[in-house]
Ligand binder design. Structure first.
Ligand SMILES: Cc1cc2nc3c(=O)[nH]c(=O)nc-3n(C[C@H](O)[C@H](O)[C@H](O)COP(=O)(O)OP(=O)(O)OC[C@H]3O[C@@H](n4cnc5c(N)ncnc54)[C@H](O)[C@@H]3O)c2cc1C
Length: 404
């Protein structure tokens, strides 16, 4: 991987800096650990501006409303870095944009891509992920929500849990059982379901941040057309794993880590003890530099993965470690901030739309929320199992009876 900036890349860097200098004041606040709310008008306008300039949906084909650029790892890294450095929003980052869009690009039908990708990348259609159930989290393939075909439509019955954003989402990508007689991994289908369909009830679940960011979702005789299935009946496990791959990259995203590190450094520069900034004290400086080294390693690692993907190579073990290492590192970055804030963060009051200038609240909320992300998208224990079994070729755990 050649990381030298060519003239073309240097020109892009200058162009992005110029864009940020001219338009950066229009960016919505870069969100903290608040209520994870629906994008407002300002966020939607900013997203439209970013797509037009080619800084969001850059590599999504024009036919689906994106910027249509050829994939280029260094371009993506330059754009992410400039937005991080300026403290400006890189655009909407939800489950629709970061997980469903790449899934549809990979395995969706042409009709599904044309219908769902354009409004999703604009932030107009918000998606939630209906995978987990009360008895099916780590062992996802044991899920019981089922969809039967009745009068030419799927009729869905069951319950989902921990469904982030379901309380304001327009659509859900839902994993359910459509072929009960097949082995459990072959009996699943991946359906695109409108959240306003009759028979859907959403009950919010508060988390320790004080916000209800995820939900229980009950589905009773919910009807969707047969063309709501992605890739075909019984192919749900395959599709779900495409989405999971993108989810794991999203959760361990190096751009997020770099942004956190940037804020953390600012915090240690501003926070003083006896008039001396913490960053000048060896103990704090050493902790920060250790984390800085790890963030840099994650950044280089992710660039390597991106260039391998662009060459059509399977990154194997390299890909598997991103979620585990990235979420743990994100949480450790917030832990240093919480230590630095000390008493200042104790009167934590949860409120929506926390912006980053509300420093103690943001750091404490992020610290609590990020602990959840070590579990969400597959817990660390499960990630370690996957790394050991699929990455390192170690013996597999015994599977439940009937499992594949
Ligand atoms: C913040 C957050 C957001 C989430 N958002 C969503 C969402 O939008 N959509 C969605 O569908 N789900 C979502 N989830 C659910 C998440 O995917 C599950 O919580 C996760 O897969 C774990 O499942 P579980 O909670 O049922 O725990 P369990 O599977 O019951 O696991 C309990 C504990 O046992 C351990 N364990 C289980 N099996 C093994 C094993 N074989 N080896 C070693 N240890 C094991 C686990 O690591 C965990 O510590 C979210 C979760 C969180 C925390």
């Amino acid at each position: 991987m050649d990381l030298t900036l060519s003239d073309r890349h240097r020109a892009l860097q200058a162009e992005v800096r110029c864009f940020i200098a001219r338009h950066g004041h229009l960016s919505p606040p870069v969100g903290g650990g608040g209520g994870r709310v629906r994008p407002d008008r300002r966020a939607l306008d900013w997203q439209a501006r970013l797509i037009e300039a080619g800084y969001a949906a850059r590599f999504v084909p024009r036919a689906y409303g994106g910027h249509g650029a050829a994939p280029d790892v260094l371009e993506a890294a330059i754009i992410a870095e400039e937005f991080t450095r300026a403290g400006v929003s890189p655009g909407i980052q939800g489950q629709g944009i970061r997980m469903l869009v790449p899934t549809l690009l990979e395995v969706g039908s042409e009709e599904q891509r044309r219908r769902w990708i354009p409004p999703t990348i604009r932030g107009e259609v918000i998606w939630c992920q209906g995978y987990s159930e009360p008895e099916a989290g780590s062992d996802l393939a044991s899920l019981r929500t089922r969809a039967d075909v009745v009068d030419g439509r799927f009729v869905i019955n069951g319950q989902k849990i921990w469904t982030s954003s379901a309380h304001f989402a327009d659509m859900m990508f839902l994993l359910c059982r459509t072929e009960p007689d097949r082995p459990r991994h072959e009996g699943l289908s991946y359906l695109l379901v409108p959240m306003d369909a009759p028979g859907i009830e959403v009950r919010p679940l508060p988390t320790m941040t004080g916000h209800a960011t995820f939900n229980e979702v009950f589905l009773t005789d919910v009807r969707v057309p047969l063309d709501a299935v992605v890739l075909g009946r019984g192919k749900g496990w395959q599709v779900a794993n495409v989405t999971l791959r993108h989810e794991r990259l999203l959760l361990g995203d190096a751009a997020k880590l770099a942004h956190r590190l940037h804020r953390l450094r600012g915090l240690l520069e501003r926070t003083r003890v006896d008039g001396v900034p913490l960053i000048r004290m060896p103990h704090w400086r050493e902790r920060l530099m250790r984390l800085q080294g790890e963030v840099l390693a994650m950044k280089c690692h992710q660039m390597r993965l991106l260039s391998e993907a662009a060459r059509g190579q399977d990154s194997g073990l390299g890909l598997l470690v991103v979620k585990y290492a990235g979420t743990v590192l994100a949480w450790r970055l917030t832990a240093l901030a919480v230590d630095a804030l000390g008493d200042a963060g104790l009167p934590y009051e949860p409120h929506d739309d926390v912006a980053e200038d509300d420093e103690p609240t943001t750091w404490y909320a992020d610290h609590m929320y990020d602990l959840g992300l070590i579990i969400g998208g597959g817990s660390s224990n499960i990630q370690k199992n996957i790394i050991a079994e699929r990455g390192l070729g170690m013996p597999r755990e015994p599977r439940p009876q009937g499992g594949a």
